[in-house]
Design a binder for this molecule. Structure first.
Ligand SMILES: [Zn+2]
Length: 194
C-alpha cells in the first residue's frame, strides 16, 4: 500500500485523535520498516447509543492496514462478545509488541517476527467495563467458565479476522497472550490458527 493510499485519512475520520502517523526513524533496518506506521492510542466503536472509546495500553505502533483490521475486529467481534458475556463494553486492551525490530519469539537467529513490520499485535488482557458505573472486569487468563468461554469465542473470531492467531496452548512463547497478525502466508488461503 502506497503512503498516500488514504488509509490514515480513513482511520482519522473514524477514530479522530486516537490515531496519528508515527515518526519514521531514519536509519532503521529496511527489513523492519513499517508501511504507513500509525500510533494507535484509542479506537472508536459505533454502538447503538453513543460512540465507545477503546484504548490500547500502552499505545501501539502498527501498520495502517493492521490498525484498520484491529479496529474492525474490535467493533464486529470483541465488543459484541463483551456485551454478550458480561453485559458491559470493552474499554481497553492491554497490549504489547506493536512495532518491534526483532526475530520470531525473540530468538537470536531465524526469520524476522511479524512485529518487525507492524503487522502484528500481542494482547495480554481485555478490560471490560468503565470502572465507574458498572465495575471493571479484566480478562487475562480464564478465571471461571464465563471468562473461558469469552476467551474461546475471542480466539475463534480472531482466526477469521487475521491471518495468524496464536494464543495460550499453542506454544510456550504464547502462553500468556494472544498474538494476531496480518502477515500474508505462503498460500493466500492458509490461515494459522492455534
Ligand atoms: Zn506476537
Amino acid at each position: 500500500m502506497a503512503p498516500d493510499s488514504g488509509c490514515l485519512a480513513r482511520l482519522v475520520a473514524i477514530h479522530g485523535g486516537g490515531v496519528r502517523a508515527a515518526e519514521i526513524k531514519p536509519g532503521q533496518e529496511a527489513a523492519c520498516s513499517v508501511v504507513e506506521p500509525i500510533v494507535v492510542e484509542a479506537l472508536m466503536m459505533r454502538t447503538a447509543t453513543e460512540p465507545l472509546r477503546v484504548t490500547l495500553q500502552p499505545p501501539a505502533t502498527l501498520s495502517c492496514a493492521m490498525a484498520t483490521s484491529v479496529a474492525q475486529w474490535l467493533e464486529t467481534s470483541v465488543q459484541p462478545l463483551a456485551k454478550g458475556y458480561f453485559t458491559r463494553d470493552i474499554t481497553a486492551l492491554r497490549v504489547g509488541g506493536g512495532h518491534e525490530c526483532r526475530r520470531r519469539n525473540r530468538s537470536a537467529t531465524g526469520p524476522l517476527s511479524e512485529h518487525s513490520t507492524g503487522q502484528a499485535l500481542d494482547i495480554f488482557a481485555f478490560v471490560i467495563g468503565d470502572g465507574k458505573s458498572d465495575g471493571t472486569i479484566v480478562v487475562e487468563k480464564p478465571d471461571g467458565a464465563i471468562q473461558e468461554r469469552f476467551l474461546g469465542a475471542i480466539r475463534h473470531s480472531s482466526c477469521g479476522a487475521f491471518m495468524t492467531s496464536l494464543g495460550p496452548g499453542s506454544d510456550a512463547a504464547h502462553a500468556n497472550h494472544l498474538h494476531i497478525d496480518i502477515q500474508p502466508r505462503r498460500s493466500a488461503s492458509s490461515r494459522f490458527c492455534q
